[in-house]
Design a protein around this ligand. Structure first.
Ligand code: SF4
Length: 861
C-alpha cells in the first residue's frame, strides 16, 4: 500500500504523519517516527485526522452568485471585479484576508500579487489573531522575526516557564516531550496562567496571575535578578544595546498587580535564580492582549539580561497556534511585513520589486486584520478575498465583520468547505484543495520546514490555492510572472528571494534550495532554517549586531463599568480546532466537549444565581451569547472562560467571537481576546430537550441548540421558550411513536425504520431528561423496544461511564474513577494498563492524572 509522509493539518507543533490511503476517501493515520518534531507521537486531533477526510460539507465547484460555473468564468469574474475596483478606487480599495492554514507556496503567490503587482499591502492573515505580538517583539529585540529556540531546548532545559499556554491541550505533543524530559532529568515547570488548566495542575509552581499582569511579573523578576547580581554583565556588554534609563524601571507592587502572594513570587524568583538553563515558552495567553508585544519583550528582556539565550536549553520561545503561521510570517503574509523578513524601507521595497520584476510595489504597511474589516465596513475597501479562514466567527466583535461583509460590493471566498459563517456573505466561492490533497511546505514553531504531501485525489473541481491566485493574476494581466507549473517552482522562487541581496543581513536564508529539482522537492526532508540555535553566535540581525532591551511598562487595565464586573477569557478545547469545520466531522473528537461551556468560579455561580449544568447568558458591551454553565474553582473568582469553536453551523449559542471588543495591541495590532469586561446571568428556558438523529438534522428553530457528531449520527441539545411542537419536523416523517404529557410539559417521540432507530426527540419542562449515551448508541444498534426508546433507557440498566476522557478507547470518567478505587491504582501508567486509557495518543493523560489527584484528595460535598 502507498504510504505518504506528510504533516498534520492543525497546530504549530507541526507533527509528521504517515498516511496510508485505504480507499477513495479514507486513510489510516499514524505518527512519523522519523519526523524530528514528534518522533511518531500524535495527539488526539492528529490521530483522528482520518475521520475528517470524507467529502461531507465540501465546496466542490466554483460558484458566482449561487450559480455553479466553470473555473474560467469564476476566475474571470474575480479578476474583472478586482481590476474594476482598483481602476476606479486605487489599489488600497482591495484586500486579501488569508490564513495560517495555507501552505507557504500559496502564501508566497498571494503576497507577491498583492504587494508587487496590485501595489498595496492590504493583505493580512488570521495569524494576526494568533501571534502577531510575538513577531513584533522579536523584531523590536532582535531586528528580525527569529525564534531563538528549537524543540530540543525543551529537553535540555532545567526550568521551563509556560506563559499563557495550556500546552497539554493546545500543543499536546510538545507537552508530551516536556513530560518525558521532566521524568528523565527532573526539569522544573512553572505555569503562569490565570486559569488552573490541566497543564497548570502538573506544574511544580502555578502562578494564577491577574489577566494582563505579565509585564509586571517579568519586570519584577528582572529587577529581582538585578538586585541578586544574577544578570550576565559580559553578555549585556558585548551583545545587547541597553537604552538609556532602561534600569530606571517602574517599581510596581508586583504581588498586588499580579494578585499573587509574596510567598508565590519568592518561590518563582528563587527557582529562576538557581536554574540558569531556562526556556520560556509563550503562546496565545501572552499574545492575545492589548499589551501582547510588551509581554513578549518583557520575557525577551529577561533572557537577554541574564544571558539565557542562544545556548542549549535556554531562550524565549514563542509557539504558534496554526500549522503554517510561521510560513506566512516568512514569506510576508502579514500586512506589517513585506517579504522574506524584509520591512518597508525604500531599499527593501526596491529589492523586492527588482526580484519580482514587478510593475509596482506597495508604499508601506497595509491594514492589519481589525483595521482591514473596519475599512470594509466604512467602504474604503470595496473588494475582499478571504482564503481558508472564517472571520465572521473568529474576529473580535464579529458582528461588525458580518455587517462589513454584508455591505461589501465584492466578497470572494476560497475555501474547501461550502457553508461557513463567512461563505454566507460570498459573491464568488472558489473550491480549494483540503488537507490530504494539497502539496507544498509548512514551517512549524521551531522554524522547521516540512513537506505537506497529497495522498487523496482532488475532489470535484477543487484546485490548489496557489493555482487559483495565479490564474486570477494572469487574468489581471501578469501572465509571465505567475505561470507556475507546480508548487516546487514557487518554492524555488521563494527560496531564491530569501537569499536575494541578503548579504547576511537577514537570518532567514534558504537560498541553498533555489535550484532544488522537482524530484528532490518531492523527497525533501524536514529541515530547520537557522539551525537549532540561530542566535548562538550572539550576532543579531540589527545594524550594530546587538540585540535590544526594550523598556516596557505594566499598565493596569481599567476595571470596566459596573455593568461588567467580570473578565472574559477565551480559548481552545483539547479535541477541537478553530471553527470545527474539520474536527467537528469526527465522532471521536466530538465526545470530549459536546457543548460550549462557560467556566465560572463556584462563588460567582452563587452570587449570580447560576445553575451548574444550566444555561447562562454571557454579556459584554459588544454582544451576548448562551453557554452551558460549568462551575469550577480552576477559574479565578472574577474570571469567566469560554471556548472559541462554535459557529452558526454548529450552535445557537456559544458564539464567543461576538463578545470581545476590537481593542488591540498598539504595536502588533493583535486583538485582546483574553480580558474583556463581561457579566453573566442565568437563562431559564421554558423547556430543555435533545434530539438524536441518524441523518444530519436541519438547524432547529429555538434559542439554544448545539449539534455534534456521534458514531452513527448526530446529537442535538435544545432549549427554548416557544412551543416545541415544531421540533417534531426534525425527525424523519415515518413510523413515529409519541408520548406526551402536556400537564407536566413532557414530549417524547421516536422514529424507527428498517429495524433501526432513525431519530428520537425528548423535551421536558422540568429538565428531567434521560442520559444521552444509550440513545446515541441505538442509532447504530439493533432495534430496541418502543417503550424503551420512549423511556430513553434500556429495561436492564447500563453502567454509566460518565463523560468521555479517553476518546481513542472510549473510556469515561466514571469508569476510570471506579477502576482507580477498585484496583487502588496510583499512576497514569497503571490506569493505562487496566483500561488502555491514555495509551494511544496520550492527550488525556493530564486528565487521568487529575482524576488520580481527585482520588488521592477526595472532595466530599
Ligand atoms: S500536536 Fe496534535 S494537532 Fe498539533 S501538530 Fe501534533 S498531532 Fe497535530
Amino acid at each position: 500500500m502507498r504510504r505518504v509522509k506528510t504533516t498534520c493539518a492543525y497546530c504549530g507543533v507541526g507533527c509528521g504523519i504517515v498516511a496510508t490511503p485505504t480507499g477513495e476517501r479514507s486513510a489510516t493515520i499514524r505518527g512519523d517516527e522519523s519526523h524530528p518534531a514528534n518522533f511518531g507521537q500524535l495527539c488526539s486531533k492528529g490521530t483522528h485526522l482520518g475521520e475528517t477526510i470524507a467529502l461531507e460539507g465540501r465546496l466542490l465547484h466554483p460558484e458566482v452568485g449561487s450559480r455553479q460555473v466553470g473555473w474560467d468564468a469564476a476566475l474571470q469574474a474575480v479578476a474583472d471585479g478586482f481590476k474594476a475596483t482598483i481602476a476606479q478606487h486605487g489599489p488600497d480599495s482591495v484586500a486579501f484576508y488569508v490564513s495560517g492554514q495555507l501552505l507557504t507556496e500559496d502564501y508566497y503567490v498571494v503576497n507577491k500579487l498583492m504587494k508587487g503587482f496590485i501595489g498595496s499591502a492590504n493583505i493580512d492573515t488570521n495569524s494576526r489573531l494568533c501571534m502577531a505580538s510575538a513577531v513584533a517583539a522579536h523584531n523590536r529585540a532582535f531586528g528580525e522575526d527569529v525564534v531563538p529556540c528549537s524543540y530540543s531546548d525543551l529537553e535540555e532545559a532545567d526550568l521551563i516557564l509556560l506563559v499563557g499556554s495550556n500546552t497539554a491541550w493546545c500543543h499536546p505533543v510538545i507537552w508530551q516531550r516536556i513530560e518525558a524530559a521532566r521524568e528523565q532529568r527532573g526539569t522544573k515547570l512553572v505555569v503562569i496562567d490565570p486559569r488552573r488548566t490541566e497543564t497548570a495542575e502538573r506544574a511544580d509552581l502555578h502562578l494564577p496571575i491577574a489577566p494582563d499582569s505579565d509585564v509586571a511579573l517579568f519586570n519584577g523578576l528582572l529587577r529581582e535578578m538585578k538586585s541578586r547580581w544574577q544578570l550576565d554583565g559580559a553578555y549585556l556588554a558585548q551583545h545587547v544595546s541597553v537604552p538609556e534609563g532602561f534600569w530606571d524601571m517602574e517599581t510596581v507592587d508586583v504581588a498586588k498587580a499580579c494578585e499573587l502572594s509574596q510567598a508565590q513570587l519568592d518561590a518563582f524568583y528563587d527557582l529562576f535564580a538557581e536554574t540558569p538553563r531556562t526556556v520560556t515558552l509563550f503562546s496565545q495567553g501572552a499574545n492575545q492582549s492589548v499589551s501582547g508585544t510588551d509581554k513578549g519583550n518583557a520575557i525577551i528582556n529577561l533572557h537577554l539580561a541574564t544571558g539565557r539565550i542562544g545556548k542549549p536549553g535556554a531562550g524565549p520561545f514563542s509557539i504558534t497556534g496554526q500549522p503554517n503561521a510561521m510560513g506566512g510570517r516568512e514569506v510576508g503574509g502579514l500586512a506589517s511585513m513585506l517579504a522574506a523578513h524584509m520591512g518597508f524601507s525604500d531599499a527593501e521595497r526596491d529589492c523586492a520589486q527588482r526580484f519580482w520584476q514587478s510593475p509596482t510595489i506597495c508604499a508601506g504597511p497595509g491594514l492589519k486584520a481589525v483595521d482591514m474589516f473596519n475599512a470594509v465596513a466604512d467602504g474604503r475597501i470595496k473588494a475582499i478575498w478571504v482564503m481558508a479562514t472564517n472571520p465572521a466567527v473568529s474576529m473580535p466583535d464579529a458582528n461588525v465583520v458580518r455587517a462589513a461583509l454584508a455591505a461589501c460590493p465584492l466578497v470572494v471566498v476560497s475555501d474547501c468547505i461550502g457553508d461557513t459563517d463567512t461563505t454566507a456573505f460570498a459573491h464568488i466561492k472558489l473550491p480549494a484543495l483540503g488537507w490530504g490533497e494539497k502539496d507544498g511546505t509548512v514551517t512549524n514553531s521551531e522554524r522547521r520546514i516540512s513537506r505537506q504531501r497529497g495522498f487523496l485525489e482532488a475532489p470535484g473541481d477543487a484546485k490548489p490555492d496557489w493555482w487559483i491566485v495565479s490564474e486570477v493574476a494572469k487574468r489581471m494581466g501578469w501572465v509571465d510572472r505567475f505561470s507556475y507549473p507546480n508548487a516546487a517552482a514557487i518554492f524555488r522562487e521563494y527560496a531564491a528571494q530569501t537569499g536575494f541581496e541578503n548579504g547576511g543581513t537577514r537570518l532567514l536564508d534558504i537560498s541553498d534550495k533555489t535550484d532544488i529539482s522537482d524530484a528532490d522537492y518531492d523527497a525533501m526532508q524536514p529541515f530547520l532554517w537557522g539551525g537549532t540555535s540561530p542566535l548562538a553566535s550572539a550576532r543579531f540581525p540589527t545594524p550594530d549586531g546587538k540585540a535590544r532591551l526594550v523598556p516596557v511598562r505594566y499598565q493596569a487595565r481599567d476595571d470596566g463599568a459596573l455593568d461588567y464586573p467580570l473578565r472574559l477569557n477565551t480559548g481552545r478545547y483539547r479535541d477541537q480546532w478553530h471553527t470545527m469545520t474539520r474536527t467537528g466531522l469526527s465522532p471521536k473528537l466530538s465526545q470530549h466537549r459536546r457543548e460550549p461551556l462557560v467556566e465560572v468560579h463556584p462563588d460567582m455561580v452563587a452570587r449570580f444565581g447560576l445553575d451548574d449544568g444550566g444555561l447562562a447568558m454571557v454579556e459584554t458591551a459588544q454582544g451576548n451569547s448562551v453557554f452551558r454553565v460549568a462551575s469550577t474553582d480552576n477559574q479565578r473568582r472574577r474570571d469567566l472562560f469560554v471556548p472559541m469553536h462554535w459557529t452558526d453551523q454548529t450552535s445557537g449559542g456559544g458564539r464567543t467571537g461576538l463578545l470581545p471588543a476590537q481593542d488591540r495591541d498598539p504595536v502588533s495590532g493583535q486583538p485582546g481576546f483574553k480580558n474583556t469586561p463581561a457579566t453573566i446571568r442565568t437563562w431559564l428556558p421554558r423547556w430543555t430537550g435533545f434530539l438524536v438523529s441518524k441523518a444530519m438534522p436541519a438547524i432547529p428553530a429555538c434559542t439554544y441548540w448545539t449539534r455534534v457528531r456521534t458514531a452513527h449520527g448526530w446529537l442535538v441539545e435544545l432549549a427554548g421558550d416557544d412551543e416545541p411542537d415544531a421540533l417534531l419536523s426534525l425527525l424523519p416523517a415515518c413510523n413515529r411513536a409519541e408520548m406526551s404529557d402536556s400537564r407536566r410539559g413532557i414530549m417524547r417521540a421516536a422514529v424507527v425504520a428498517d429495524g433501526q432507530l432513525q431519530g428520537a426527540l425528548f423535551i421536558a419542562r422540568d429538565g428531567g431528561l434521560p442520559p444521552r449515551d444509550w440513545l446515541v448508541e441505538q442509532l447504530g444498534g439493533e432495534e430496541a423496544a418502543t417503550l424503551e426508546l420512549l423511556a430513553g433507557r434500556p429495561a436492564t440498566p447500563q453502567a454509566d461511564r460518565g463523560p468521555i476522557v479517553c476518546v481513542c478507547f472510549d473510556v469515561g470518567m466514571k469508569t476510570i474513577l471506579e477502576t482507580i478505587r477498585a484496583e487502588t491504582l496510583t499512576s497514569v501508567e497503571a490506569v493505562g494498563s487496566a483500561l488502555n486509557a491514555g495509551t494511544n495518543c496520550g492527550s488525556c493523560r493530564p486528565a487521568i492524572a487529575r482524576l488520580l489527584e481527585t482520588e488521592r484528595s477526595p472532595v466530599y460535598a
